[in-house]
Write a protein that binds this ligand. Structure first.
Ligand code: NI
Length: 169
């Protein structure tokens, strides 16, 4: 099932998501739906709040279907180590058509559970490191625009308000 993507300024995107405690078939199906919804929206990462479900679940595939082994499910993820800094243009499915340069760690280690509830650690660099940060932020109710200057953020919000008013958001 493909869920529609929730857009900024829906409050669910700025709400801290609840931890997952049940690792059952419902979760497995939901994760499959998340991948399907992410691919349908042409994204490389998706957090559950972006489809209106305030739970600590994110899916990532920085290869966008090219390498099935690159598909990552992060349940209750936590960033446990970061290294370096790296600035790059970043976007979000919930803030379509906008991009801004965001500085993130170059290398990030995440600790998370898989769909079975088993803990694992994964280290990523560059785009994957960025995805770990971006998606974990989502689960804390934080959007990438919180990492840009207030001036740029206000400008973006003003443009979005105009789009909302025009019925184009
Ligand atoms: Ni996002």
């Amino acid at each position: 099932m493909i869920y529609p993507i929730v857009k900024f300024s829906d409050p669910v995107l700025e709400t801290k998501a609840a931890p997952v405690t049940e690792f059952d078939d419902t979760l497995k199906r939901f994760v499959e739906d998340m991948f399907e919804s992410m691919y349908a929206a042409h994204g490389v990462g998706l957090a559950a709040p972006q489809i209106g479900i305030s739970r600590r679940i994110a899916v990532i595939d920085v290869t966008f279907k090219e390498d099935p082994k690159a598909k990552l499910v992060l349940v209750n993820p936590e960033i446990i180590h970061t290294e370096g800094r790296h600035a790059q243009s970043e976007g979000c499915l919930s803030i379509p058509e906008f991009r801004e340069s965001v500085t993130r760690p170059r290398k990030v280690t995440v600790r998370a559970q898989n769909v079975k509830g088993e803990f694992f650690e994964h280290t990523g660099e560059e785009l994957l490191a960025r995805a770990f940060c971006h998606e974990t932020d989502h689960l804390d109710g934080k959007l990438y625009i919180s990492h840009i200057s207030a001036l740029k953020r206000d400008l973006m919000k003003r443009k979005i308000r105009k789009l909302i008013k025009a019925g184009e958001w």
